[in-house]
Design a binder for this molecule. Structure first.
Ligand code: ZN
Length: 161
């Protein structure tokens, strides 16, 4: 196993062991909206309920301010949700859409990763799931949290405009 693969595996283990922002709670975002989504991955038994709080900015855009979630399932699914919340908190919703698209591309890369280093930088710790994309059965595990994020943003109304 390469040093990079080892580092990636450690990221996943750390997040699976101590997931960030786990525990559902009321989100209070000033002048904002909140969306929630429940997603399941029946092939593996993974589940997540994700809440996202989004603020409406003076320029009309939306920014992800707070996330909270609860879930159960395999290490890949739970670690991927945790990494995702680290990555997107504080970002404009437009940028979240871009990163989410790059993560889907990564999951379709069959273990090769993304061609552009800039794109991999955008993914931050989520690049740790590069190896997961070699295993078709696990790809849905890694994508579960991202599906919940997209749906909860849609339900909040932040994707409407
Ligand atoms: Zn799973």
């Amino acid at each position: 196993m390469s040093a990079l693969d080892q580092m990636y595996q450690q990221v996943i283990l750390d997040h699976a062991k101590r997931p960030h922002r786990k525990g559902l709670r009321e989100l209070e975002v000033d002048a904002g909206v909140v969306g929630e989504s429940h997603q399941v991955n029946p092939t593996c038994g993974d589940e997540v309920t994700l809440r996202v709080g989004v603020s409406r900015e003076p320029d009309g855009g939306f920014v992800v301010r707070e996330l909270a979630w609860d879930g159960q399932g395999c290490s890949i699914s739970q670690a991927s949700i945790s990494v995702m919340t680290d990555l997107v908190e504080g970002l404009p919703v437009d940028e979240v859409g871009l990163i989410s698209g790059k993560f889907s591309e990564l999951m379709a890369s069959r273990g090769k990763g993304l061609d552009s280093d800039e794109d991999e930088d955008l993914l931050g710790d989520a690049a740790a799931f590069t190896g997961t994309s070699q295993f078709p059965a696990r790809i849905k595990c890694a994508l579960l949290g991202w599906a919940a994020l997209k749906d909860s943003l849609a339900r909040s109304g932040a994707l409407a405009s």
